[in-house]
Design a protein around this ligand. Structure first.
Ligand code: GLU
Length: 459
């Protein structure tokens, strides 16, 4: 069975790149009826925090990327990592190295002076351990091949080769006996039966070293798929400089998880010209062949437009649930009005924040905006007065009737409907933008409409 994993280091919130890696792993697993595991790589205790672990869980949950099985915490597997290192030592595939920091730095300097890649020169590989200096705690290093090439057939990058001479014998256990990331990651992937390692291509170099560790352990090497990183619209690696990089920031800005899944999927993966891709289609279509080799560009505008699409097509009840946390003091009556007005609201909103802002007009009359205030003229009150007169006499308060009434009024005074509508909009909503006024008035009803109009005149 195909098994993949998402293995974040909990040092902060789940960022866009991590979320996209998680999504690709998730879709690959689902497409192949495999398993999607979650491993928290928390061995670096100085940088990992429980808050970050929580934030990752929360974001993955919000994004709908449910993992299979129990979460693995790497820090709980340390004894096993050490055991593997000691076994390699016993088999002569790893060795103790007693180099001091000074010796190592001299090695690097010498290599640089000779125009070679700075690296550890393997001096303790074949040295008699009896020569070990006293009182020095050794590190454990892997005996990696020093000649020839290592080739990885990466499912995204294709065949990638490097000369073994540029790899030095990597450390498996530090002098204090703790395992290094390289050791932990390989042991955990092996122990969990991971068949495909799908991750950012910033880990491609690690894959060569990890490959040798698999070989040394006589373990099957998983298939690797290193996906290109995400860049900003300017082509530079995505960073805080480009704005928000955390998934939670986009959640707070009012993005829907389904829009995020769809947009992140399109970051570096394609299926013909398809832009709007449902979850079911994503699972059906996702293969690693569809992942491009070049960096994807994150485009806020495209993401926002896609979000607007998902808002436009979502069910009214779902949208109400999504905006509820943003609406303070929401009553059941107002909920009913918002649902009635949702079609008009959702067609204008690009984010849930926009949508909640729009929905406010069904809860109460929002405070007069400065921009609307500036548009108030002597005529505004006149029109509001005339509307009050015209609407008061009206029994049926439907959209059609109200439109008809307002049209007639404009015609009667030989003015444009827009002039009357704009005065009405300011008086009813305190804003310059809203769904159709006739719709708003018919939804809030006659009493509330007249009350708002009269209050406007009083203010
Ligand atoms: N923990 C690593 C990271 O967050 C990922 C390691 C891996 O996927 O192999 O970058």
């Amino acid at each position: 069975m195909i098994k993949v994993r998402f293995a974040p280091s909990p040092t902060g919130m789940l960022h866009i790149g991590g979320a996209r890696t998680a999504l690709f792993n998730y879709l690959f697993a689902k497409h192949n009826q495999g398993e999607f595991l979650l491993r928290i790589e928390d061995t670096d205790q100085s940088r990992s925090t429980p808050e970050a672990v929580e934030a990752i869980f929360k974001s993955l949950n919000w994004l709908g990327l449910k993992h299979d099985g129990e979460v693995v915490f790497q820090s709980q597997c340390i004894e096993r990592h050490k055991e593997v290192a000691y076994k390699l030592l016993a088999q002569g595939r790893a060795y103790y190295c007693y180099c001091s920091p000074e010796e190592l730095s001299k090695m690097r300097d010498d290599a640089r002076a000779n125009k070679q890649t700075p690296k550890y020169n393997g001096m303790w590989r074949d040295m008699d351990p009896k020569l070990a200096p006293e009182g020095v705690k050794p590190v454990v290093r892997l005996k990696a091949p020093q000649n020839g090439h290592t080739t990885i057939v990466d499912l995204v990058q294709g065949e990638v080769s490097i000369k073994n001479e540029i790899l030095d014998d990597m450390i498996l256990l530090r002098a204090d006996g703790t395992p290094t990331y390289m050791l932990s990651v390989v042991v955990d992937d092996h122990d969990s039966g991971i068949t495909h390692v799908i991750r950012g291509d910033d880990h491609l170099n690690n894959a060569f070293r990890q490959y040798h560790l698999y070989q040394a352990c006589n373990w099957e090497v998983p298939k690797f798929a290193h996906i290109p990183l995400i860049h900003g619209p300017d082509g530079a690696k995505l960073s805080k400089r480009h704005g928000a990089v955390g998934t939670d920031a986009y959640k707070d800005m009012g993005f829907l998880p389904e829009a995020m899944r769809n947009y992140f999927l399109r970051l570096g993966w394609g299926h013909g010209d398809a832009e709007i891709i449902s979850d079911a289609q994503a699972i059906e279509w996702f293969t690693l062949e569809g992942v491009g080799k070049s960096a994807a560009r994150f485009d806020d505008m495209k993401f926002t437009n896609l979000n607007a699409h998902y808002i436009k097509t979502a069910s009214h009840a779902y949208l109400l649930e999504q905006i509820k946390p943003l609406l303070k003091g929401l009553t059941p009556e107002a909920e009913t009005l918002i649902i009635k007005g949702m079609a008009g609201l959702q067609s204008r909103a690009k984010t849930l924040v926009d949508l909640a802002w729009g929905a406010e007009i069904y809860m109460h009359k929002p405070a007069l905006e400065d921009a609307a205030k500036e548009k108030i003229t002597d005529e505004t009150a006149l029109w509001v007065n005339r509307c009050i007169e015209s609407f008061s006499a009206q029994e049926e308060f439907s959209e059609e009737v109200l439109m008809e009434k307002t049209r007639k009024l404009a015609k009667h005074y030989d003015t444009k409907l827009g002039i009357v509508a704009s005065a009405l909009r300011i008086a009813l909503t305190g804003r310059l933008v809203s769904p159709s006024l006739f719709e708003v008035m018919s939804i809030i009803g006659k009493n509330e409409t007249l009350k708002r109009l009269e209050d406007f005149l009083k203010d």
